[in-house]
Design a protein around this ligand. Structure first.
Ligand code: HEM
Length: 166
């Protein structure tokens, strides 16, 4: 997990975040005007555009999960990205809103015994990147009509590259 989460996920989170913010110029402007919202924005970007879409588990014994019986050995794909858009956990879950109060309910970094060891580092990296970009390049825009290719992966989601201009 160190190679993938430590590199791909952090760059995917920044790429997803810039794409989402610059596609919503109102949210980008707000972030430039209100740097105090940056920690909130990091959580909202991570919730809304979760870079680690799924991880896999295997039932070690017969069990029941959300009413569904699972025999020992059954493989389960846990959709973190879907959980992070769950309307029962997040009000207006389909809305991207950097003023959404910071909450610990999202599962971007997993849960329990295998909770991401790099979560604090990843959060800080994105926070610093957004602080520098909003301070120094508030006029940043996406290059219009560009083709954005996403990493060809089922479990990680982020743009391969993003063209921006001033
Ligand atoms: C946005 C960035 C990141 C995301 C979304 C992310 C996500 C995750 C998730 C969902 C897990 C749980 C996997 C599971 O339960 O099977 C995990 C585990 C882990 N992550 Fe991250 N991660 C990120 C950044 C990092 C960084 C920067 C590092 C290291 C410098 C790191 C190191 C690890 C390690 C070592 C584990 C395994 C922990 C264990 O199994 O006990 N991650 N990460």
């Amino acid at each position: 997990m160190i190679t993938l989460p430590g590199h791909i996920t952090t760059s995917a989170l920044l790429g997803n975040g810039l794409l989402r913010l610059l596609s919503n110029p109102g949210q980008w402007r707000l972030l430039c005007e209100r740097p105090d919202l940056i920690p909130n924005a990091v959580e909202e970007i991570a919730r809304y555009d979760t870079p680690t879409h799924i991880f896999l588990r295997q039932a070690t014994q017969d069990t029941v999960l959300a009413g569904q019986p699972l025999a020992a050995g059954t493989e389960v794909a846990v959709w973190l990205a879907a959980a992070n858009r769950d309307e029962t956990a997040f009000e207006k879950a389909e809305e991207f809103d950097i003023t959404r109060p910071v909450q610990s309910k999202h599962v971007v970094f997993g849960l329990g015994a295998h909770f991401c060891l790099g979560a604090a580092l990843a959060r800080r990296q994105i926070e610093i990147s957004l602080r520098l970009l909003t301070e120094r390049l508030p006029g940043l825009q996406l290059v219009p009509d560009q083709r954005i290719d996403f990493r060809p992966s089922l479990d990680h989601r982020g743009p391969m590259s993003l063209l921006v201009q001033l």
